[in-house]
Design a protein around this ligand. Sequence first.
Ligand SMILES: [Zn+2]
Length: 232
Amino acid sequence: MREGNNRPRPIEPTFDLVLWDKLTLCGVPCKEYKVKKARIAAMKATVIQPIWEELDDENEEEEEAHKRTEKLWKTTWSVFNWKYRPHYQFEAYWRLLHKRHIRALDTTELEERHRFITGRCYNCDGADNIQHAYITCPNVREIWIQAKPILLKLLGIASLDNLELLNSEIIFAFLNFRRTLPKELRQKVILWHGSIIHAITKRREMALFPPTGPDGTAFDYDGWEEIVLKQI
Ligand SMILES: [Zn+2]
């Protein structure tokens, strides 16, 4: 036998990015997790309500407004978790609801912590925030407008007079518009809405981190309509 063949291979240093000791389930470290603890935690669970200041209704009594908002979020999470939703829509809609959009960075900003806050929209150079990313950017607004005929065809109805591009409607998957429709058509609106949110997210990611073509040139991407049509 040649010397060295059976020598143990040197162990490579590895860096585990998951802080296993810090992971928790139902508020307890994983190693102390028991099903009973999960049941107790589930009993005390409250609805996650991301803060969307622009949706607050100042005309309502505080308690009434609180109850209404809680109910609204309960409904919204069930829409989000609709089991027939194409899987790639989940992440995009999660980003919107949690205000976790991928941000454009201003790398000219010297202080690193300010770079995320001061990013500019790659389309219009406006301040880049979640409302801008999905609702108010003129370029994104154009997508919502141009996507209306797709919905009209999908629903097979005469007009979309009741559909308004309000902040609340875009965030809550056109809840008020869905209420005006017969039950059997409502999920189609969710599908259409989710596909547009996904297309906007995808388009945004492509613009921020452009993949390069075979010749090393940046890939010019603006195929939102193609993404939407594939999903509905
Ligand atoms: Zn913009």
